[in-house]
Design a protein around this ligand. Structure first.
Ligand SMILES: Nc1ncnc2c1ncn2[C@@H]1O[C@H](COP(=O)(O)OP(=O)(O)O)[C@@H](O)[C@H]1O
Ligand SMILES: [Mg+2]
Length: 452
């Protein structure tokens, strides 16, 4: 690598537990000199290599690029999907010059172009992509919202319900809906109501301009996160999220209440077919003229007829990342540079032969309405428990050093251990160090895996 590569000045976009975990891991790299987190959070503010920049809006690309030039930033890492789907990578390449294997030396961006980010930004687009490339996914039909196609979509749902055996459907607003755009109805009437709300009443605004109606799939879910440099794909161990807010997978869906990795629900041959799907996806994108750089996160349903893709995300998952990065032995900055430079094949991605568990501590009421600005305290970890990290998600640190809650998911307690049992125990020990009024968390993260 060039000597200047060991002087990375990073602009990291986002304010969640995922971004804290990314910065925590990058801070361990000798290649990184400084990280600017826009806007950052209370945990990022506490890291020695990190400066939080709360007064720039993460969607103000002009201000971001101006700041990037001023601070001589040489690597952009967008954490969440919204800036990627809006084209932040293309904007930075325009403003600061592209970077690539063809000798260009502008800013490196660890993330996909706007065209490639459609894989997450548009579910109708990604479903058609999967169909074009023979990638296993649920049967589906896409619709554009209008009165006449509402009638057509309703008729499709009716016909699915009249099939023998009847087929249940899932309804998805195509655009970004902050994890709320997927409805799983329990009856045809409920399905048509959901359809009306999305297509005619614009419940999700523009995100509902297009709709996917697809077959309901039964099975366990699994998340696979892969590093991609445009052609090479290297995957981290499979992880499992816990989406529902309460124990026993009850209650409304959330952004994710906890994860563990690796999962034990996929054997070797299934993992091989999952890796094949990742490779087919990346090759397909390359062939269609929008090669993928960054993290490709694929959600799978493990059905009786094999793994099927539920969706693609074009960035790290939250809270999967909190479990996966502490398991990664290889320098994250090195892997990211290999991705931006099209040299991922030169890297040996090493993963610790251990388990990781993340338990999310949320504000009372989440995912409904919840209090913000609640004072909080974090005890120092027990000296014997050096494998537990408290990643901050929704916290802020005031100038005078007071920590308060500032979001629904507040803290992610992550632990790494030789066994899954120990990782669970240590992650819950970490939760005991968290104190604020109204805090809630699931007590059964990885519980099903332990029973198996
Ligand atoms: N075809 C399907 N069958 C069963 N459950 C589904 C299906 N599609 C999505 N889901 C459930 O809904 C959740 C959200 O759907 P997903 O496609 O991942 O959208 P998003 O994450 O954008 O909300 C999934 O994690 C899964 O639990
Ligand atoms: Mg999802």
């Amino acid at each position: 690598m060039l000597p200047s590569d060991s002087n990375l000045r990073i602009l990291l976009l986002g304010n969640g537990g995922r971004e804290h975990a990314i910065a925590w891991k990058l801070s361990q790299s000798p290649l990184v000199s400084h990280i600017y987190a826009v806007p950052g959070n209370g945990g990022l503010a506490g890291l020695s290599h990190v400066t939080c920049v709360p007064d720039i809006k993460a969607d103000d690309f002009e201000a971001l690029a101006k700041f990037g030039k001023e601070k001589k930033v040489n690597l952009l890492i967008p954490g969440p999907e919204a800036p990627l789907v809006e084209g932040v990578v293309d904007y930075f390449h325009d403003q600061m010059g592209g970077y690539g294997a063809d000798g260009k030396r502008g800013i490196r961006c660890f993330g996909p172009s706007k065209a490639a980010a459609r894989m997450e930004g548009s579910k109708t687009f990604s479903k058609d992509f999967m169909q074009r490339h023979g990638i296993p996914t649920a049967r589906y039909k896409n619709f554009t919202s209008s009165a006449s196609s509402f009638a057509a979509a309703s008729a499709y749902i009716e016909s699915e319900s009249l099939a023998s055996p009847p087929r249940r459907v899932v309804i998805k607003a195509s655009g970004l809906a902050g994890g709320k755009g997927v409805i799983i109805p329990t009856s045809t009437a409920e399905a048509i109501t959901a359809l009306r709300e999305i297509m005619l009443e614009q419940q999700f605004g523009k995100a509902g301009d297009e709709v996917v109606v697809e077959e309901f799939l039964e099975g366990d879910e699994l998340s696979v996160i892969s590093f991609v440099d445009g052609s090479t794909v290297m995957s981290l161990p499979p992880a499992q999220d816990h989406k529902r807010v309460w124990d026993g997978d009850r209650g409304p869906n959330t952004g994710g209440m906890g994860t563990y990795a690796p999962t034990n629900i996929a054997g070797k041959s299934v993992l091989e077919s999952i890796q094949r799907v990742q490779e087919m996806t990346v090759m397909g994108m390359r062939k269609e003229g929008f090669p993928f750089v960054g993290v490709l996160f694929t959600g799978f349903m493990m059905t009786q007829s094999g793994p099927k893709v539920l969706e693609y995300n074009v960035r790290f998952g939250d809270p999967e990342t909190q479990s996966l990065l502490p398991l990664m032995k290889t320098d994250l900055a090195k892997v990211m540079l290999a991705c931006t430079d099209g040299k991922l094949h030169t890297v040996n991605l090493e993963v610790l032969p251990k388990s990781a568990v993340t338990v999310v501590v949320a504000a009372g009421g989440y995912p409904g309405s919840y209090a913000k600005g609640t004072p909080m305290r974090l005890d120092d970890p027990h000296p014997s428990n050096t494998d537990t990290v408290l990643f901050h998600a929704g916290t802020s640190l005031s100038a005078s050093g007071e920590l308060t809650t500032s979001g629904g998911r507040v803290i992610a307690s992550t632990a790494v251990a030789d066994t899954l049992e120990d990782a669970v125990r240590k992650a819950y020990e970490g939760v005991k160090a968290v104190h604020f009024e109204g805090m809630q968390f699931r007590t059964d993260i990885a519980g099903r895996a332990l029973k198996k």
